[in-house]
Write a protein that binds this ligand. Structure first.
Ligand SMILES: Cc1cc2nc3c(=O)[nH]c(=O)nc-3n(C[C@H](O)[C@H](O)[C@H](O)COP(=O)(O)OP(=O)(O)OC[C@H]3O[C@@H](n4cnc5c(N)ncnc54)[C@H](O)[C@@H]3O)c2cc1C
Length: 391
């Protein structure tokens, strides 16, 4: 039987997250307009207190979803408030998702309490992750890895405490030689060189980081020996995308739902009703459009839930995580743009947050693999084509 209901404890966590989201939303416009400015200490304290209440509830006994499902559900809820403004007190970045997916128990204990970002992209490539040029060389005398290279567009690269860095052991060996390494920010030779000014998610810091003979302990190579020795493919670094893509998709769905909820509320204030028990032929264009957007958001959400529940069951989910991200990225772009239009000139004005959500949502179709790349992954898997047969 397919059951889309959420366990009572998860529902409680979701409700608390929603309350936090309302507070975060009240700060969102200010930090969008003051890019790179940190939250005040008072704001951080309020957020930490609210976060602590959620953690306390999560630790209490009671049936909840698995850890990935819970994260996906709360991520949507938090991002309904704002996708990035609470980031200043973040304790979990994309790097943490990859640690959760492939780290050894010892590494999870060492790093999962640290706020970790994820550094794949370089000046020479974005989508084509086989082109990683940053290098990791083992120094046999000290048993340390020496990392060299430049990473760009690292989300939370400034605020994080550690970075999961993709680097190659030997460029001539292609994908098989690309591994991920955890570099704590305090390491010598790890330097932040630039902060981006952006269209959307402006409260999130996006950094360039240079690694110059940056030495890290041998055990900072991420994953079990199976992952470390993998000749590329599913059990290698790419497996981390299966864990991070549902999270990015849930972020987008939260933003899309925020725009849609707000628009519906304003339309209701203007006298529109949304009767779900009537045939399409008796609805007007606005009513149909709202219902159509709701159905599409639900479809994206359930695809993402499917991919997250597979992670909880330790079942391979590459196809489903790409399907969810592709669908979510496309749907929320359409939803946010239509909401701006349906609200008329005020939709475009800074008086409301809808124009901001329209800017914020675009990123979900870019990072952790663009929409086009997700479609490639989906097509390859459905048609049984290799990476070389379909590019
Ligand atoms: C705000 C922001 C935050 C980011 N955060 C991170 C981060 O935390 N960590 C990180 O490593 N990176 C991050 N990135 C980088 C992001 O992952 C890349 O921008 C993304 O992977 C796309 O790469 P690219 O920009 O080089 O585009 P390109 O790879 O140059 O692609 C350009 C366009 O061509 C399309 N395209 C490329 N190849 C194909 C193909 N084979 N078939 C069809 N279409 C194709 C793409 O979809 C895209 O539309 C971030 C980027 C932004 C803007």
């Amino acid at each position: 039987m397919i059951d889309f209901s959420i366990a009572p404890k998860t529902q409680k966590i979701k409700r608390l997250t929603h309350e936090n989201a309302l507070y975060v939303r009240s700060l969102a416009r200010y930090y969008d307009e003051h890019e790179h400015q940190d939250l005040t200490d008072e704001e951080k304290d309020i957020l930490r207190e609210k976060e602590a209440a959620i953690q306390k509830l999560a630790a209490e006994p009671g049936v909840a979803e698995g850890q990935f499902m819970t994260r996906i559900i709360t991520r949507e809820e938090a991002c309904w408030g704002d996708p990035v403004t609470g980031g200043a007190i973040n304790t979990s970045g994309l790097g943490n998702s990859s640690i959760r997916a492939v780290a050894t128990p010892e590494q999870k204990a060492r790093f999962d309490k640290m706020f970790c970002s994820m550094a794949i992209t370089e000046p020479g490539f974005g989508s084509d992750t086989s082109a990683v040029a940053a290098t990791a060389k083992l120094d046999p005398e000290t048993n340390e890895w020496i990392i060299n290279g430049e990473k760009i567009f690292v989300t939370s690269g400034h605020r994080c405490e550690a970075i999961v860095v993709w680097a190659t052991l030997d460029k001539s060996k292609g994908r098989a030689a690309i591994k991920s390494f955890i570099v704590e920010k305090f390491r010598k030779g790890c330097t932040l060189t630039k902060l981006e000014h952006k269209l959307g998610i402006r409260a999130s810091d996006t950094a360039s980081i240079v690694f110059e003979d940056c030495r890290i302990p041998y055990d900072n190579i991420l994953g079990s020996p199976e992952v470390r020795e993998a000749k590329g493919g599913q059990v290698g670094v790419l497996a981390t995308f299966d864990a991070t893509r549902p999270s990015v998709a849930a972020q987008g769905i939260g933003v899309g739902r925020a725009a849609l909820d707000f628009t519906k509320e304003k339309l209701e204030e203007a006298g529109y009703t949304f009767p779900y028990d009537r045939g399409m032929h008796s609805l007007n264009a606005v009513q149909r459009e709202i219902m159509d957007m709701e159905a599409n958001l639900d479809a994206a959400r359930y695809l993402v839930w499917q991919s997250a529940s597979m992670l909880d069951k330790n079942v391979r989910n590459s196809l489903e995580s790409s399907m969810g991200k592709a669908k979510a990225g496309r749907v929320i772009g359409q939803v946010c743009q239509r909401c701006v239009a349906l609200l008329g000139p005020l939709g475009y004005s800074r008086e409301w947050l809808v124009e901001k959500w329209m800017r914020d949502c675009k990123i979900n179709d870019i990072y952790e693999g663009t929409g086009q790349i997700q479609m490639l992954v989906v097509c390859r898997q459905i048609l049984g084509f290799s990476r070389n047969q379909l590019k």
